[in-house]
Ligand binder design. Structure first.
Ligand code: GDD
Length: 407
């Protein structure tokens, strides 16, 4: 048997996702109309002999309860949310904390996936490769541009045997353009390796001073263990870990801007694997659909509206006559009135756009204001234009704004 674990983190991890993480945990934010965590979960269902899927995080249980029960029924695979008590334990420490539950089906292999990555999750292929390589684990890796590599774990692999030879987490000086995708397969031996790290620390009365980006000092307790720094770095070059390189798409989803880009990637993937999820624009009552678009069945889109490419429209949204939506995510219960335009934007739950209003941005996913974001229940009055801006929840805009963060 095989089990899968998806690391969902907790509320402190979602701060870069503001203002969209105020009322929805980042892992449940919709990409291509499905919660972010839904994409790795549905990829897991392609693994042969999958017994269970665990989500491990430090969000409150109730935030995941509804999603977890509905997805378990839908996929007919048990999906359970496990909350780390008291404090986060790090990506490996969290896994270790729940080792008894993870091992209850006596699995031969354990997949571990970061929830904030967007890719095609080639899991069965990784399992086959891992069985050929042997060792304690195989990690998914990808080549990225040399300039962007330092945001990730950089690594060196043997070109023939694919063994992980060297691993450095977010190094200051360039090591390699091959990076860790945050998708792993392990044998149960991983628990012994994690245990060794914490025992080693306890033995030495160990506590490391960690300097975070805000120069906030914390001591790392012996049960805080990170998969990357504490396991992969010391065990690289010891014939324990191997790499599987993907040539397909891969992105990290740390900002709202990236969620727009990843939504486009998943919509494009639907085109080939589940085209029934895409709006097809058939019939004379449908709006004009361009490219890959998701429209929730409960949304009401006027036939003279024009939608796409890369648009996803959530539950109970109403789109008026002549409205134009391009490259945007529109969340539940939004109202978009006649002739309004939404371009490279995320429109928060229950917001409303007046007639001829424009909510737009230049679409530079990597810049802070490259995507316009309206928080929950923002009202943009008739004819008002909002450009490259972030608007916090419950604001009413009656004048146009540009390049602003409205608190
Ligand atoms: N349950 C739990 N508990 N989850 C955690 C914890 C924890 O204490 N800490 C982190 N996570 C989750 C995060 O939500 C995320 O899904 C994953 O573990 C990794 O998060 P980080 O440890 O913050 O690392 P990162 O995202 O900056 O970088 C990692 O992923 C990159 C790929 O996206 C590293 O492994 C990089 O090397 C890698 O390139």
């Amino acid at each position: 048997k095989v089990v899968a674990v998806i690391m969902v983190g907790g509320p402190t991890k979602g701060t870069r996702f503001r203002p969209l993480s105020f009322n929805t945990p980042e892992p449940l934010f919709p990409l291509a109309g499905q919660p972010m965590v839904h994409h790795p979960i549905s990829a897991c269902t392609r693994i042969p002999n999958l017994a269970q899927i665990f989500l491990i995080g430090f969000y409150e249980e109730r935030e995941f309860a509804l999603y977890v029960s509905s997805i378990s029924n839908e996929l007919r695979v048990p999906v359970r949310y496990l909350k780390e008590d008291g404090k986060p334990h790090g990506s490996a420490g969290g896994l270790y904390y729940f080792r008894d539950l993870i091992m209850e089906d006596n699995p031969s292999h354990i997949f571990v996936l970061n929830c904030d990555v967007c890719c095609n999750f080639p899991l069965p292929e990784m399992l086959d490769a891992h069985k050929r390589y042997g060792g304690m684990g195989t990690l998914l890796v990808i080549k990225v541009s040399a300039e962007s590599a330092n945001q990730f774990g950089e690594l060196v692999a043997d070109p023939i045997t694919k063994e992980l030879l060297h691993y450095t987490e977010k190094p200051e000086t360039f090591v390699s353009d091959l990076i860790n995708c945050g998708v792993y397969i392990f044998t149960p031996d991983i628990f012994r390796a994690i245990q060794d790290v914490s025992t080693h620390r306890e033995d030495r009365g160990y506590s490391i001073l960690m300097l975070t980006s805000s120069f906030y000092r914390t001591t790392i307790p012996s049960d805080f263990v990170r998969l990357d720094q504490d396991i992969l770095s010391p065990l690289a070059g010891k014939k324990q870990f191997y790499t599987y390189e993907t040539m397909n798409f891969w992105e990290q989803i740390k900002t709202p801007g990236m969620s727009l880009k990843c939504s486009a990637l998943y919509l494009a993937q639907f085109r080939s694997i589940s085209p029934h999820l895409l709006a097809n624009g058939d019939g004379n009552k449908s709006a004009k659909i361009i490219g890959d678009v998701y429209v929730h069945p409960s949304a009401k889109v006027h036939p003279t509206a024009k939608i796409g490419p890369n648009v996803s429209i959530s539950a109970n949204v109403r789109v008026g006559a002549g409205a134009r939506l391009i490259s945007s995510i529109v969340l539940d219960d939004v109202e978009i009135k006649e002739n309004a335009v939404v371009l490279h934007s995320i429109v928060g739950w229950k917001s409303s756009l007046g007639k001829w209003a424009r909510v737009q941005a230049d679409g530079d996913y990597n810049s802070k204001l490259g995507v316009t974001i309206l928080g929950e229940a923002v009202t943009v009055e008739d004819e008002v234009v909002v450009t490259n801006s972030i608007i916090l929840p419950n604001k009413t805009l009656n004048v146009s704004v540009q390049d602003e963060i409205i608190l």
